[in-house]
Design a protein around this ligand. Structure first.
Ligand code: 13P
Length: 277
């Protein structure tokens, strides 16, 4: 349900990437890269929107190896403006090698690459330890020194980092749960940004305490991924029909833009000339 998201971006003059991740066509109803591209073509408003390929994991949620290159080539051929390779379940050297391969094929096409270093938990099937325990342990958090090496050796354009956020659960049994109120390690984020020197991406954007979001943006976060905050109201409203679901998606997206992230009007900052895409 893309149209109400585009409408919300336009009405709030907010720049947004419409995105699909591999698991959304392997486990959910997104169907395919081509189907998403077609829907985007119908509803896009490129004063405010671009199309992005989110997580294509090298090792997926079920611990299976994925052949990422054909998917990346397909996305590039279909006109996706940016693509994400997620090698975060691999050891550092292998993540670097897998990411570099994707950067090389994207470069030739002028497409931006996002990669991930560190582990943003939540997409797996099993239960997680209590949030505060996870945060205190710093398990999976991105290391600034590794981030410097990773960016230097891969040439990635954007880097997704782990500093305390969690992905919303996607398993059938847990996907309706309220997310834990995440915190962010802002001093680590600043150190990563200084070391990496590229725009950073925050996944698991739903449910992070507002004060941390406000600190994260001037500390290097240039893109915030949000799914659960829009998906859950959509699923709750769906019983009342497609129109009700579209209204719920629109309202939830406007709420995220205006209240949770305070990024209304950002299209003017990103594209000061405005108007043209
Ligand atoms: P949330 O579901 O927590 O908003 O996270 C979305 C995300 O990071 C998609 O890549």
């Amino acid at each position: 349900m893309m149209a109400p998201v585009v409408r919300a971006l336009r009405d709030t003059e907010c720049a947004g990437l419409i995105m699909v991740a591999r698991l959304e066509w392997t486990k959910f109803e997104a169907r395919s890269l081509a189907a998403i591209r077609e829907e985007y073509e119908r509803v896009k408003d490129e004063r405010y929107t671009r199309l992005h390929l989110d997580h294509v994991p090298v090792i997926d949620e079920d611990d299976l190896r994925v052949d990422v290159a054909p998917l990346m080539r397909e996305a590039i051929r279909l006109g996706y403006g940016s693509i994400m390779v997620d090698g975060s379940r691999l050891p550092l050297a292998e993540n670097i090698a897998a990411t570099r391969e994707v950067v090389e094929l994207a470069r030739q096409a002028g497409v931006a690459v996002e990669a991930e270093l560190g582990a943003v938990f939540g997409h797996g099937e099993g239960p997680l330890p209590p949030y505060e325990e996870l945060f205190a342990s710093g398990r999976g958090f991105t290391d600034p020194g590794e981030a410097a090496r990773f960016v230097r050796e891969t040439g990635t354009d954007w880097l997704s980092v782990a500093v305390g956020s969690l992905h919303g659960a996607i398993s059938r049994t847990r996907k309706d749960e309220k997310k834990a109120e995440a915190r962010l390690d802002i001093s680590r984020l600043k150190a990563i940004h200084a070391a990496a020197g590229v725009p950073l991406v925050l996944h698991g954007g739903t449910g992070i305490r507002k004060v941390y979001i406000m600190d994260a943006i001037p500390s290097g976060i240039a893109k915030i991924n949000v799914a659960t905050a829009i998906r859950q109201p959509y699923e709750r409203a769906l019983a009342g029909g497609a129109e009700k679901a579209a209204d719920a998606v629109y309202a939830a997206t406007v709420r995220v833009i205006r209240e949770d992230l305070e990024v209304a009007g950002s299209a003017k900052v990103i594209n000061p000339a405005g108007g043209s895409a």
